[in-house]
Design a protein around this ligand. Structure first.
Ligand code: DHB
Ligand code: FE
Length: 285
């Protein structure tokens, strides 16, 4: 069996997530924070660790097992997966405080920049035999004053009918179910795709092992990822979920919000259709 035919593993998705993060982000230790802030934040974090050790009377063998696990998360390239599932939702909430426009949600580890540009009306790139209910996702990008945002970009990506993302699962073609859709002069867009399946944290890596050891579940509800952007506006990174879908009420990543739940309506041609408008906040008034 060739590598391309193998089923996706945590090692594949973890290593790719770390590579993609490194390629796209140029952050370094200490960037953008004063020594006072580094000291205060890291001290608070360590205080929490020390407090937990005292409260639970953590043993030497548990401490060494934790060290081993941390080493494996790094070696498996799973830090982007772990941090985006268990930490990013809180960073997103803090970042969104006081902002106007459509609700956002976490970026997650599976964004790949520079997807193919597709003028609306369009279909996302997909395999000839792509499985899943056909979904037409259409709407308008407006500003906070209600005016259309001509030529806004909807950078959209999502998992396939089995919950796998292209670029992070070797059996999927590059760029599958990813695109930068360009809205028309009225800010309108219409995107044909398929409905994704729920996403499962890979169970064969250290993050999955932790989830299992704790007796938690490893699932996120099915979702579309979007970054909606236009020059002069604050970009919105968000996710959209599906009413009635599994795990909607207990997302392992705690990244659902009531405003972000779609309810696509079945059409006579067998597709499901969803209208959804986005509102962007100007960066300068
Ligand atoms: C993770 C995966 C996702 O698809 C997502 O949207 C957020 C987080 C993860 O595995 O970390
Ligand atoms: Fe996702």
């Amino acid at each position: 069996m060739t590598r391309a035919e193998q089923s996706p593993t945590a090692a594949d998705s973890g290593a790719s997530a770390t590579q993609v993060f490194r390629a796209n982000q140029q952050y370094h230790v200490g960037d953008g924070a004063s020594p006072e802030r580094v000291s205060a934040v890291v001290k608070a974090l360590l205080d929490g660790v020390h407090e937990t050790i005292r409260t639970y009377e953590v043993t030497y063998s548990e401490f060494q097992a934790a060290k081993q696990w941390l080493i494996e998360v790094g070696e498996g390239g799973e830090w982007p997966l772990f941090l985006d599932v268990f930490v990013e939702h809180e960073v997103e909430e803090v970042a969104a405080a006081g902002q106007q426009g459509s609700k956002g949600s976490i970026l997650g580890p599976y964004y790949v920049p520079d997807a193919v540009k597709l003028p609306s009306v369009t279909s996302l790139p997909m395999r000839a035999d792509e499985q899943g209910r056909r979904l037409v996702f259409a709407g308008q990008v407006l500003d906070t004053g209600g005016a259309p945002v001509a030529g806004a970009e909807l950078d959209i990506w999502h998992a396939d009918h089995e919950g796998y993302y292209s670029g992070f699962a070797p059996h999927l073609p590059e760029g599958n179910l990813r695109g930068v859709v360009v809205a028309d002069d009225d800010g309108r867009f219409e995107i044909s795709t398929i409905e994704p399946a729920p996403y499962q944290i890979p169970t064969d890596g250290p993050t999955g092992q932790l989830v299992q050891a704790a007796g938690w579940h490893p699932w996120r509800p099915a979702h579309l990822h979007l970054i909606v952007r236009a020059p002069g506006y604050r970009p919105i990174t968000t996710q959209l979920y599906f009413a009635g879908g599994n795990w909607l009420d207990n997302d392992v990543a705690q990244a659902t919000k009531p405003e972000l739940v779609l309810d696509p309506q079945p059409q006579s041609d067998g597709t499901a259709r969803q209208e959804y408008d986005f509102v962007l906040e100007p960066t300068s008034q």
